[in-house]
Design a protein. Structure first.
Lengths: 457, 457
């Protein structure tokens, strides 16, 4: 992380960092699969029409065009100006939700619903160069999508899966902050504020501009009374680890059918999380998740002690992730910003790899022509799952040991001809310096030395 | 594979196909790591200047530009015409070799040489739409790169690793065809043909146009005598599984220092492969590998019975993969075209997944409010590495069993209250119909049912 990206916004890891990233991705994959989520990948490109369907972030898209198509139109000429916003133009996806929605519609006849999928891929955002933001990053998403209907229990399920997945990573403490759109909207309606999107938009500014300013905006922009504004802010101030938020909301004296539905759903999610993953989640009634297309539960996740980093895992319920004719596909899901997480892991030195290469055993050569026999030894080790490399020439042992040491390879293997002419195999642990005679057909390193370990600092 | 890609050239797999692809990628990764190769990933984009440095395939590049940069220049306008070939313009990488070379130069101070790396990523080629070729595909590369020098033994090593990796895949038989540029060039020089690139270019057409036509071209284009042309063709006709090609070449009576060097190197690679992976490799003196930047060993790989598919794993030795000032980095490597391989696996039905989801156990609900208790059972199973899903509602058992059956989930779990009030757990194998009482704290499915298996057909 001391290195600067050679292309602003495009981070590349060194081999030892990549081992930590692989550990993170393997852990996520394993957790998702243990919960029955299927892997899919979608193509990197979508049509502009598909990407901009949701409106919002057209400013941050990377368009893609065949260089040849450019030059085919005349020496060095790019596409015609009128093509720039052509809905058939290709662009790199900026998240995994829009591509997944398209995939579901296209393959609906081949999928079984409810469909549980995870998707770990890179996404790209054409951020302005001067802002120093990541332009390429890895996301890890889980979603459950139904055909027509989707049980609310999936809202509980995906949060439990993510609590478990994040809990298995070397990232310290985290808090999943959960709210429910129905709860907020029902509360505002019960209060008599009908522009619920407007209220949410202002509540979303709470952390940035403070309660007084939000109250002023609610009154000046939306025509709320001082009391209505105070009530909306009182709701946003509620935050509990268990389901006691329900009583706190009821104490505010507002009633509405949608509010009841929201309270019941949020209590369902938070209650189950509190029981099963205590300390991992809170009901936080200030969470608005911008103006996204969520229709029920919404989630955000912050790292304890690194709250200013923003959310590292967000999502929610959408009643119509996708639709095809009069068929709709409701869904609920969460997305981890893996690259953002990795940058934090490295900058805060939260974890490191025990070595920079997979190799556990480096087989030294006594004579140059021992190479093929050394490969036999290596192959026997690999057959038992022990990563092994063979030296390419019989340099001085000191130099061969240095090769291993520099990479953090724990064991160096030596072969010598004994007094009786038989081959003697010895293994040196280069951390302790201990060297012992071994049988190449049976020797095993300690389990913890087999593969690089990712150690929390 | 019966489905048509919704965007020509961009293939997306269904969940069961993705399981086969994951199996292939996991197998490759495991083999590469057992041989001590480190994983790296590079960014998806390079500058046009970097990509076109090697010259050849500028016609097939996908350029990338911020949509916002387009529109910033005026309503709907694209970049100015003079920018189309701007060397600072970004484009998607079309292979993993060029990005790796840049990565090595940029990070040379942080890497240990010789550096063994594998890289499994998507690449993109802006093929003309009408040609029906893949435009997005996954490659799996291994390379060993040295600082200044690189032992010839790495040429043997990478071929052994790939023979082992391909041998572990469900793709049937394959043949790695190996040649050596020094051997061919030395032979042509020894013959008196100095335009060795010209000869190679014509020899490369052998399969397409036949020996007579190549002979004619060698004479008309390069001024070869009939005898020289016959000798060049005689060399290209040599193909042996062991090192007997050496004698066959010598029998042609041509001598040259470079030829001797090439013979020794090729015998080194083929001899070791013949010994260690018999039947996997041949010395094939017709292999030219186009006009690539290789300087010694060259490799191509065909599937036995699918030779017309072309090479599925190619590469070679390059004396200067990259350079930085007066420092050069020689390398040798091979690249598997994973997507091409997957398309063949599916179209020929070479392998399939035993089920379409990771789930091994589907936990049915007897009553709707058993859900949380069922999650306890599921969590106990997952703790032992058994992927488990819980039903979302207490539908009829027949319907719950159908849910599992449709996805190929082998086991359905039932919980009932016994006569004495205690909970009774039973597991039904829905393939045999057998249902037995089990202890949720200890029950294990057969090892082969834990995760989806990839079965050869």
């Amino acid at each position: 992380m001391s290195r600067k990206a050679s292309l602003s916004g495009f981070h590349e890891w060194l081999p030892a960092e990549r081992i930590v990233e692989q550990h993170v991705l393997d852990t996520l994959r394993n957790t998702f699969e243990l919960h029955g989520f299927s892997s899919i990948e979608t193509r990197a490109v979508e049509t502009l029409g598909q990407l901009l369907r949701k409106g919002e972030i057209d400013k941050e898209v990377y368009a893609v065009s065949r260089l040849q198509a450019d030059t085919e139109q005349g020496a060095g000429k790019t596409q015609q100006p009128q093509d720039a916003q052509d809905p058939n133009r290709l662009a790199l996806h900026f998240d995994l939700t829009v591509p997944f929605a398209r995939y579901v519609v296209e393959n609906a006849g081949h999928l079984s619903f409810p469909f549980r999928r995870y998707q770990i891929q890179k996404v790209w955002r054409g951020e302005r160069p001067q802002e120093g933001r990541a332009r390429e990053f890895t996301q890890a998403d889980i979603d459950v999508v139904g055909d027509g209907t989707l049980s609310f229990r999936s809202d509980v399920d995906v949060a439990l899966v993510m609590a478990e997945a994040l809990g298995a990573l070397p990232i310290g403490g985290f808090t999943i902050r959960i709210n429910n759109r129905k709860l907020a909207e029902g509360f505002y309606r019960g209060l008599g504020l009908e522009d619920t999107a407007g209220v949410l938009r202002n509540i979303d500014k709470l952390e940035k501009i403070g309660a007084d300013e939000v109250s002023r905006l609610l009154q000046s922009e939306l025509g709320a009374t001082q009391d209505q504004a105070a009530q909306a802010l009182a709701l946003a101030a509620i935050r509990t680890e268990d389901t006691s938020f329900v009583e706190q909301v009821r104490a505010l004296g507002v009633t509405h059918e949608l509010l009841e539905e929201g309270l019941e759903e949020l209590a369902g999610v938070v209650g189950e999380l509190h029981r099963r993953a205590p300390g991992r989640a809170v009901a936080d009634l200030s969470i608005a998740r911008g103006l996204d297309y969520y229709t029920g539960t919404v989630y955000e996740t912050v790292l304890v002690g690194h709250e200013q980093l923003g959310s590292i895992c967000s999502g929610g319920r959408y009643d119509a992730l996708a639709s095809k004719g009069n068929r709709t596909f409701p869904g609920v899901g969460l997305s981890i910003g893996v690259t953002r997480l990795m940058m934090r892991i490295f900058s805060q030195e939260m974890a490191r790899a025990s070595r920079s290469v997979p190799t556990a055993v480096y087989i030294a050569l006594t004579h140059d022509d021992d190479w093929s026999a050394a490969q036999d030894t290596a192959q026997s080790l690999r057959g038992r799952g022990i990563p092994a490399e063979v030296a390419v020439s019989a340099e001085k042992f000191g130099k061969q040991i240095k090769y291993a040491d520099k990479r953090g390879i724990p064991f160096v293997w030596f072969t010598q001809t004994g007094d009786d002419g038989a081959t003697v195999h010895e293994v040196k642990d280069i951390r302790s310096g201990e060297q012992v005679q071994v049988d190449p057909a049976t020797w095993m390193p300690p389990e913890s030395d087999l593969r690089p370990q990712v150690l929390p600092n």
